[in-house]
Design a protein around this ligand. Structure first.
Ligand code: SF4
Ligand code: SF4
Length: 197
């Protein structure tokens, strides 16, 4: 048995010193749920789906290591835009669900999505008492999309993203076309002599 260090009761004194030190420090515990935690801006809380961007390419479902993304779709024929053109086919999303009881929040699905349809939301209050309730469907994933924070601002010296440049070019072209079009409802012509008839 090792000898007790110092004088008798030194352990008690040390313990009280720790207690006193801790009592005078600011508390780090938050009274959740009365107080919401201050989360980091890019917190991985849950995955939001922006389904307008999803082309049902299935990349996210294929790359998910846990196989917890469920996607169903069907094909639809889009008639040719101009006479003589060919009809096209496109995928229509029927189901998009994620089983958060299996998800390990690795973010691979978000990284691999080529069409920016998946995003991290800091929302974390979706605990359930039944594990089966943790499979969330597209409506819920879409709802979480609106809690996704805006991306950080670009570096002032950064090059403008090519998507913005393309959007601006299209908007300018449309504005120029609209300006060149004759006014379908012209107002009364001004009398060049300034005389009333
Ligand atoms: S975060 Fe990872 S585990 Fe979760 S759905 Fe995406 S790829 Fe799968
Ligand atoms: S990778 Fe993106 S676009 Fe492709 S199915 Fe998944 S969410 Fe949709």
């Amino acid at each position: 048995m090792s000898p007790l260090p110092g004088f008798p009761g030194s352990g008690l004194a040390k313990g009280l010193a720790v207690t006193l030190r801790t009592m005078t420090k600011k508390s780090v515990t938050a009274q959740y749920p009365d107080t919401q935690p201050a989360l980091a801006p890019r917190t991985r809380g849950v995955i939001g789906l922006f389904e307008e961007n999803c082309t049902v390419c299935m990349l996210c479902a294929r790359e998910c290591p846990d196989w917890c993304i469920y996607i169903d779709s069907h094909k639809e024929t889009v008639p040719a835009a101009a006479p003589g053109g060919r009809d096209r086919s496109r995928n229509v999303l029927d189901r998009f669900a994620i089983d958060f009881s299996l998800c390990m929040y690795c973010g691979i699905c978000i990284e691999v999505c080529p069409f920016d349809a998946l995003f991290w939301s800091p929302e974390f209050e979706y605990a359930e008492t039944d594990i089966r309730e943790l499979t969330h469907e597209r409506d819920k994933l879409r709802e979480w999309m609106w809690t996704v924070p805006a991306p950080p601002a670009l570096d002032p010296a950064a090059e403008e993203p090519k998507e913005l440049a393309a959007a601006r070019k299209t908007a300018d072209k449309l504005a120029a076309q609209a300006a060149a079009r004759p006014d379908p409802h012209p107002g009364p012509q001004a009398d060049p002599k300034g005389e009333d008839s």
